[in-house]
Unconditional design. Structure first.
Length: 143
């Protein structure tokens, strides 16, 4: 059995008390599942740089990445993912999904009603438990 270990990032973006989610496009890994957006950390890349790059590539926004919110390790069969979840301090631009099937701004208490990717479920639970009060101050600036 050949186990692959990946380090990936995910963003906690909050606007007006709602959390940003994206639904994975059909046809790929975890297609149709909702997630906190992010992506795979490339060799030599920091998690912060990865997340800023992924948000620019996948949604066309520029993000100021903040501190780590939590980390989750989850096994998808022979693929073990270390998910580093980071807070986003500020976002500039309009969210236009280029690689996702849909996007949504979700009330924290509704997060667990979405069909989330398995690694994202503990993150959603933590956000619900914290009632998002500690991540509320994240200004979004549209251009």
């Amino acid at each position: 059995m050949n186990i692959t270990h990946l380090t990936v990032t995910a963003a906690i973006i909050v606007r007006r008390g709602k959390v940003f989610l994206a639904r994975r496009a059909d046809g790929g890994h975890l297609h149709g599942k909702w997630e906190f957006p992010g992506g795979k950390v490339e060799p030599g890349e920091t998690p912060e740089a990865c997340l800023a790059r992924e948000l620019k590539e996948e949604f066309g926004v520029t993000a100021a990445v903040g501190e780590v919110f939590t980390e989750v390790t989850h096994a998808y069969g022979e693929r073990v993912v270390r998910l580093i979840v980071l807070r986003i301090r500020r976002v500039s631009g309009r969210f236009v999904p280029t690689e996702h099937g849909a996007i949504a701004w979700v009330r924290p208490e509704d997060l667990l009603s979405y069909d989330l990717a398995p690694a994202d479920i503990p993150v959603a639970r933590l956000l619900v438990e914290q009632k998002i009060s500690r991540v509320r101050r994240l200004p979004i600036k549209d251009r």
